[in-house]
Write a protein that binds this ligand. Structure first.
Ligand code: FE2
Length: 367
């Protein structure tokens, strides 16, 4: 890892994730109802915007911004027409947005937004942005001189509907799917342009089933708070899930958002009761599980009942589960993860998981 004192792009964490969606009002209701997010802020006609509307939701350290167009022909609408609902912005919380922009542009980043200062009665925020894979962008958000609800231009939003939170705490990692042969291009981008280091890599021998394969490398920033695995499809007998994503998203984009919980059994029970669908591995996955991963603190029965997966590395173990895609196209989904010391990504579960995805692809006719 880059020593922290040499880090030209210090990042405090994920500031927010903005999804462009067909109906922000209804999407906000879904993320509140199903995922336990809370009202935070709003921008739209009532705040003077003419072309878009955004709802901002929060749960512990996670902020989601859901944005829809208010008329035809907008950048937001064109993005949705091409990609369907999906992640447009992965915003990074920094202490110096201008420096973050200058350092990354100097190293070859393509500009999305030159540094701008936005102000209201609560102070000021500096924003700047660069492109990453596909049409996805990173915004650098400097908010040390701001104490408003979210960002200037947004007003506090509070409705009468407050479903309870389900224990989601922070963004653990966000995975990008990129095109054939492009993984190393984007690994180099995060390495050279953002100063990230490679944590691990998986090749098609690690991540393959009888039918499909993919390759993945995990990039992390200096303090480890930002982790971006990058996937590309690999040659197999049939169409891999990454290829299916690229076909339906019509390009590279965010494949999944992994969110952390301290109690995965409670979190997943709540999600399931609220109608979220998960990928299921066969019951046989649990045969001999404890021989494979060793002692764990959790009872096996609820893990098996809910379909939660377990994997171990040198530092501990982790529990994880994946939702089905959360929009009509088989593109973006969520991972729920609880770490018990492990800092890895569940390599031991890849095969069972990909076979579960292939069964879904078979049903969709896209394998
Ligand atoms: Fe993941």
């Amino acid at each position: 890892m880059t020593p922290i004192e040499n880090d030209f792009l210090p990042i405090n964490g994920t500031d927010y994730i903005e999804l462009y969606v067909g109906n922000s009002k209804q999407a906000a209701h879904y993320y509140k109802t199903a995922f336990g997010f809370q009202d935070l802020a709003y921008a739209g006609l009532e705040t003077g915007l003419k072309d878009r509307e955004s709802y901002v939701l929060v749960q512990d350290k996670i902020r989601l911004v859901l944005t829809s167009p208010l008329k035809s022909g907008t950048e937001v609408g064109q993005h949705i027409d091409k990609h369907g609902d999906g992640v447009k912005v992965v915003a990074l919380w920094v202490d110096d947005a201008r420096k973050s922009y200058d350092e990354t542009i100097k190293r070859g980043a393509k500009s999305f937004l030159e540094p701008v200062v936005e102000k209201d009665e609560n102070g000021q925020v500096v924003k700047a942005g660069i492109y990453t894979y596909g049409e996805t962008v990173h915004l650098f958000i400097e908010r040390k001189d701001y104490n408003g609800t979210f960002l200037p231009g947004f007003k506090k939003w509070e409705s009468a509907y407050h479903p309870s939170p389900i224990g989601l705490k922070y963004v653990d990692h966000m995975v990008g799917n990129v095109g054939w042969g492009e993984m190393n291009t984007w690994v180099d981008f995060y390495g050279k342009v953002l100063g990230f280091s490679q944590l691990v890599s998986f090749d098609d021998k690690d991540i393959s089933t009888e039918y499909t394969a993919l390759m993945s490398k995990v990039m992390s920033n200096g303090n480890g708070r930002i982790k971006f695995p990058i996937n590309e499809p690999a040659e197999g007998k049939k169409k891999s899930q990454v290829e299916e994503y690229l076909d339906f998203y019509e390009g590279a984009g965010v494949q999944h958002i992994a969110v952390a919980t301290d109690n995965i059994v409670e979190t997943v029970t709540a999600l399931r009761n609220r109608g979220v669908d998960f990928l299921r591995v066969p019951e046989t996955y649990y045969d001999g599980l404890l021989d494979r991963v060793g002692e764990i603190e959790e009872d096996l029965a609820p893990l098996k009942e809910l379909g939660i997966l377990v994997d171990r590395d040198d530092e501990g173990y982790l529990l994880q589960i994946f939702t089905k895609p959360v929009e009509p196209r088989p593109t973006m989904f969520f991972e729920i993860i609880e770490r018990k010391g492990a800092r890895s990504f569940g390599k031991g579960n890849f095969k069972a998981l990909f076979e579960a995805i292939e069964r879904e692809q078979e049903i969709r006719g896209t394998l």
